[in-house]
Design a binder for this molecule. Structure first.
Ligand code: P6P
Length: 338
């Protein structure tokens, strides 16, 4: 009897990837499945966020006597929990935590990978029901196996990522991740509680008509950025337009939309924040890895995001990311080095 395998779950997909690489140890597949589990648990709480006032406001205890915590702290604990109790991760860095967390137990010290994440990006949007997301980045350790991981394991350039991805808690809940083999998207089937392959081999269209930037900062941007934004506003049918401006203030949602439909997202530096607002290690690097694997580009306005050598865990960087042709046109206004 032919087994219907038209819809692959995340677990089946990662295990199938193993079949293609018999020499693989399965640790990366296991790590990705762990993140999928955390995402399912976070999804449950995000989806009832509006109800929590009824169930007990944050900072109180709920009917089970459990502390009701801020969703981003909850999300952080879920990600840390699955990775700490898995077999593949030696330690983590998180937007929610000042310093890295070294797991330092015999299993974790022999694990090959470390993980950086923003457990719930855009959490301020929860109150108004705007989509939010979890972003993650995975590196192979450079420190000695058998010993605790070190800060150097986390301060590697984005080029060294072995995998990166995000979960978008939106009209549906999707997990998208990239490895050197490409980018694949999985939609959560609530009935079976599994992420199922829905967007195989995602490619970022080389052209698009969407530009995403916070116009409220326009007069704080450098001249080349202002000129590019103005050029986007002037596009006509004759030159590939008209463009539309879409910006919902949730990076995961804005970049995901542009990845699928084509477009450019920018969080440039401003006079107030010359390095912009977004974090290099657990926001910009993972998205740069994903978008480049899908055929797009990502820079800080001067160089590839993935080439930046990080100096500290929470450092910020300007970000321009999206369709290749749109990024190439942006370069003509910024003279970005390729
Ligand atoms: P602004 C959310 O707070 C976030 O970190 C990203 O998800 C989003 O792209 C950005 O900030 C929005 O920032 O300054 O435009 O509101």
């Amino acid at each position: 009897m032919d087994v219907n395998r038209s819809v692959l779950t995340l677990d089946e997909f990662t295990i199938q990837q193993l079949r293609d690489f018999p020499s693989a140890t399965g640790e990366l597949s296991s790590l990705l499945r762990d993140i999928g589990l955390a995402a399912k648990r976070i999804n449950v709480e995000v989806n009832k966020a509006g109800l929590i006032d009824i169930l007990g406001a944050f900072g109180t205890t709920n009917v089970q006597g459990e502390e009701v915590m801020k969703l981003d702290v909850f999300a952080n604990n879920q990600m840390m929990g699955v990775l700490k109790h898995g077999i593949s991760c030696a330690g983590i860095g998180s937007e929610e935590m000042d310093d890295i967390e070294i797991f330092d137990d015999p299993i974790s010290n022999n694990s090959k990978y470390v993980c950086l994440f923003d457990p719930l990006d855009g959490s301020s949007n929860i109150d108004v029901n705007v989509s939010i997301g979890t972003i993650f980045s995975i590196y192979r350790r450079v420190s000695e196996l058998g010993k605790p991981c070190t800060k150097e394991d986390f301060l590697q350039s984005g080029n060294k990522q072995v995998a990166a991805g995000y979960v978008i808690y939106g009209s549906s809940t999707m997990l998208v991740y990239a490895t050197k083999r490409g980018v694949n998207g999985f939609t959560l089937d609530q009935q079976i509680g599994e992420f199922c392959l829905s967007h195989p081999n995602i490619q970022c269209p080389e052209k698009g008509k969407i530009y995403s930037v916070n116009h409220g900062n326009f007069f704080q941007y450098e001249q080349g950025v202002k000129e590019y934004i103005t050029a986007c506003q002037k596009k006509t049918k004759a030159d590939g337009g008209p463009y539309t401006q879409r910006y919902i203030g949730s990076m995961v949602s804005d970049v995901h939309r542009n990845l699928i439909k084509g477009g450019i997202f920018a969080y440039p530096g401003t006079t107030d924040k010359p390095n912009g607002k977004l974090r290099l290690l657990y926001e910009c690097n993972p998205f740069a890895f994903i978008v480049e694997k899908a055929g797009g580009r990502a820079t800080n306005g001067k160089q590839r995001i993935l080439d930046i050598q990080p100096k500290e865990l929470h450092q910020r960087t300007p970000l321009f990311i999206g369709s290749t042709k749109m990024m190439d046109e942006l370069d003509t206004y910024l003279q970005t080095s390729k």
